[in-house]
Design a protein around this ligand. Structure first.
Ligand code: ZN
Length: 420
């Protein structure tokens, strides 16, 4: 029996054959194209030079540079690959694992390997000495949680020596990223410019001032902010760095509320003024420095300041940057010893000095900035201090809480009430 081909079966078979042919053709073409690209790549490699691209990793938004290049040092070829990698996840959680130790240094170091700096389409390696220093300081924190130093932070493998040209991924934390502004050369050496200072510019100005007056000034850090910025102090005395018996210790703190910037700028200006006037022979300033050890901490809340400064003066509400990066108000974060003193005042024979911090205080969140000031106060016997705020004409003294818990606004004038 002969099977007759129906009218409809003919085109179907034809179509199938055509389809198979097309697929084969497509595969051949693709192979050819890949081969061609490979060949062209080898013939004209300059067409394929990798380019700098913007960094868009959420854990690395605060690095000091803006561009990186793929693949990175771990041969991860795209942002997506990096984001799903165990290395990236690790640097994102290291802060919690190490309970805040070595933060944010380790994360920034990790970013410098996962998203290295790229400039003019050239990738730059992070500095080996920075890696080695951090490893030395942080190994005990890793030991404490039984964890090895991460392989991708191998200082020998992914980092470079200074002679090879490297970048310091932690420069920002030490305030070393400063764009210098050229001033006219005919200005006197004691000229002081009144302007706003970023964190880096502040640190640089304080260090420069201390080196200009190195016989009467020095800088030091009392600790670090939540985001890891050093809390820089400039000190003036005839014996910088040393307490002298019976010489009074004085301190000014500024910018406790990050968005209250006047105190911070005034203290930076005051530091430069003290140095310049001492050099110029101003007798009042010389007497002050010769007889007092003066400590100025212009910014206790540098993280909040940077946040407020980013917003810009005209747009900043009164809350942005007021708190720390941990969302704590430093002005409400110290222990309330005034209420404790009032309570003790009613107890016969109870001491009103050297009141210990109540245990309950430590149950709350204590900011690293607060702890740094408490440690500072324990290490130096300050006799007079002030913290400069902004936005209101008011002076508050110790014991400024109302003695009666029910009467919050009890008027209690100080001897200088008339000065107002
Ligand atoms: Zn304030």
């Amino acid at each position: 029996m002969r099977v007759l081909k129906t009218a409809s079966s003919l085109p179907v078979n034809k179509n199938r054959k055509m389809f198979i042919k097309c697929v084969i053709c497509y595969i051949v073409l693709e192979l050819f194209r890949a081969q061609m690209i490979e060949t062209i790549f080898h013939m004209f490699p300059f067409f394929f030079i990798a380019k700098c691209v913007d960094i868009s990793l959420s854990s690395c938004t605060d690095v000091t540079y803006t561009q990186t290049m793929y693949p990175n040092f771990l041969d991860q070829k795209s942002r997506e690959v990096i984001e799903y990698s165990s290395e990236y996840i690790l640097i994102s959680v290291l802060h919690n694992l190490l309970q805040g130790e070595c933060n944010p240094d380790l994360r920034l170091l990790g970013c410098s390997v996962l998203a290295p700096q790229c400039e003019k389409d050239k990738v730059i390696k992070p500095c080996r000495h920075v890696c080695e220093n951090l490893k030395k300081n942080c190994l005990s924190a890793f030991d404490a949680i039984d964890m090895a130093w991460p392989y991708f932070l191998d200082c020998d493998r992914f980092f470079a020596g200074e002679e090879e040209g490297c970048f310091d991924p932690l420069a920002k934390l030490r305030g070393e990223v400063v764009v210098e502004e050229d001033l006219p050369s005919d200005l006197p050496a004691t000229f002081i410019q009144f302007k706003h200072h970023s964190y880096s510019q502040m640190v640089s100005t304080l260090k420069k001032t201390a080196s200009r007056c190195s016989h009467i000034a020095t800088t030091y850090s009392i600790g670090r902010s939540f985001e890891g910025k050093d809390l820089f102090v400039i000190e003036f005395s005839t014996k910088p760095g040393h307490h002298e018996l019976l010489k009074p210790e004085f301190k000014y703190i500024g910018n406790m509320h990050g968005n209250e910037v006047v105190g911070k700028e005034l203290l930076i200006y005051l530091a430069q003024y003290l140095c310049s006037e001492y050099l110029l022979g101003n007798p009042r300033i010389q007497t002050l420095i010769n007889n007092t050890r003066i400590h100025l901490l212009p910014s206790l809340n540098p993280d909040g300041y940077e946040l407020a400064a980013e917003e810009g003066a005209g747009y900043n509400g009164w809350v942005i940057g007021r708190q720390t990066a941990q969302n704590l108000d430093l002005n409400r974060n110290f222990p309330d010893l005034t209420s404790e003193a009032y309570r003790r005042a009613g107890i016969r024979g109870a001491r009103l000095d050297h009141i210990p911090i109540p245990q309950s205080y430590w149950w709350g969140k204590v900011a690293p900035e607060t702890k740094a000031v408490m440690k500072w106060m324990r290490s130096i016997p300050f006799v007079l201090s002030a913290s400069l705020h902004g936005g209101e004409l008011v002076v508050t003294y110790p014991y400024d809480y109302s003695r009666h818990p029910m009467e919050e606004k009890e008027f209690s004038p100080t001897p200088d009430e008339k000065v107002r």
